[in-house]
Design a protein around this ligand. Structure first.
Ligand code: URA
Length: 435
């Protein structure tokens, strides 16, 4: 087992612990660091303590790098087997393990990542300064400085319990969402601070969730670039009724047709749920209804729809037979403008419920808007094509929108390649073979 002395050394706290942002009067001599907790103000005492099998450092005024994980992302026995390893090795092991994307990866669902971002930002500036954050598919990285008398353990406890309650409510289930243990370490100096901040910003790029650091909606780089996520908007909050997750097909369709969660209901004729076989293997997802769709209540019925039908024909598919067609947005944006993030956040639970009920084998994201919103990325469509992505545990292939093809018919060959990829993937899925 690591000794206290080892821990101090590893964490760079010996020979001298350089406390940051602490008023000179409250500074203690370095060798005071091991003082046992003061029973009156345990949260103000500095030193190493353990909430389980990993040591944690309490340091008043310090900035922490924190990782907390979904309960199924890092099995307890794996974590336990690292207990005696040096901190740097534990951190490396843990990162490698998390990058494998073990477990259900609940945080890859937008509405769940939204809950975490809302929670993180709620007490920002009051309980802590939040320097950087990123919500990855099965874990969260933070760089934060607790403020005043707030302690890291209290902050993490409150974050984890509030979000767990919300996530369980959304999923209509009970049980552990987060692993009890978090990983935290004190940031020793400005160089380390810069390196860790860069690491957090780079994380979603490394995991191929986006091409640029500020292209991932659930990270501080996005927010700092001024492209604030819809995650904190009241519309997004209104868009998370747990009930959507429990609606049956007729109730879901009725809810979509009459939805008033965002302002689009004021200008649309009707909500457009989708069309086709509700037990289909194939799910095509477009952007949003246009003028014809808004009038007729069915997706892809205009000129672009004719071309989509031709694409289906190339796959020997027919609208309504083993195919379902839906959109990310169920209501028409005025003048066919791009959907706004808050509108997408409000509408996505409907699509997610549709997917859960249809249980398609494969999804084809039609066009940039559908692809980027489903994959939570800003990566250009040209770079998203040509490989199989994953959305809600299902394979997802990206192709150009038929409306774009009407303008750029030369790219039809690329669409053909995408459809070949889709059909090959489907054949492997049906045969149970690997691509
Ligand atoms: N474009 C889309 O993305 N969806 C439609 O339903 C119609 C046009």
């Amino acid at each position: 087992m690591l000794t206290r002395e080892d821990c101090f050394k590893e964490m760079g706290l010996l020979p001298r612990w350089r406390l940051k942002n602490v008023a000179p009067a409250s500074r203690r001599p370095a060798d005071d660091v091991t003082t046992p907790p003061d029973s009156k103000h345990p949260h103000l005492t500095q030193g190493i303590h353990t909430r389980g099998y990993l040591p944690h450092v309490k340091a008043q005024g310090a900035t922490y790098f924190v990782t907390f994980r979904l309960a199924d992302s890092l099995p307890a026995e794996v974590l336990e087997s690292w207990a005696d390893a040096p901190e740097s090795e534990r951190a490396r092991n843990s990162e490698r393990y998390l990058d494998r994307g073990v477990g259900e990866c609940l945080l890859s669902r937008n509405e769940i990542a939204d809950i975490v971002v809302q929670a993180l930002r709620h007490h920002e500036g009051a309980r802590y300064t939040l320097h950087e954050y990123v919500v990855m598919p099965n874990h969260v990285h933070l760089l934060l400085t607790p403020l005043g008398e707030h302690t890291l353990s209290e902050i993490l406890h409150s974050l984890k319990s509030w979000t767990a309650q919300k996530i369980n409510g959304l999923l209509g289930r009970n049980g552990a969402i987060w692993q009890r243990e978090s990983f935290d370490r004190v940031v020793r100096d400005d160089d380390e601070m810069r390196a860790l901040a860069a690491y957090i910003r780079r994380n979603p790029v490394k995991a191929r969730l986006c091409a640029e650091e500020d292209g991932f909606r659930f990270g501080s780089a996005w927010k700092n670039a001024g492209r604030d996520a819809c995650a904190t908007s009241p519309v997004a909050q209104a868009s998370l009724p747990a009930s959507v997750q429990s609606l049956d097909w007729p109730a879901l369709t009725a809810a979509i047709k009459t939805c008033t969660l965002c302002d689009l209901h004021q200008t649309r004729t009707q909500g457009v749920p989708g069309v086709g076989d509700i037990h289909a293997d194939w799910l095509f997802i477009g952007e949003a209804p246009g003028a014809d769709e808004d009038r007729q209540g069915e997706p892809f019925v205009g000129q672009a729809g004719k071309l989509l039908d031709a694409m289906l024909g190339a796959l020997r598919l027919k609208r309504g037979e083993n195919v379902y067609i839906a959109n990310v947005l169920k209501s028409r944006p005025p003048g066919n403008r791009d959907p706004q993030p808050a509108e997408v956040a409000a509408c996505l639970p409907y699509l997610e419920r549709q997917i859960d009920l249809i249980k398609p084998k494969l999804i084809v994201a039609v066009g940039r808007i559908a692809a980027q919103n489903l994959l939570r990325t800003d990566t250009p469509i040209g770079k998203l094509r040509g490989r199989v992505h994953e959305y809600r545990g299902l394979p997802l292939v990206v192709t150009y929108h038929p409306a774009y093809l009407l303008r750029s018919p030369a790219d039809k060959a690329k669409v053909w390649e995408d459809l070949v990829l889709a059909v090959t993937t489907m054949n492997h899925l049906k045969a149970g073979t690997k691509p």
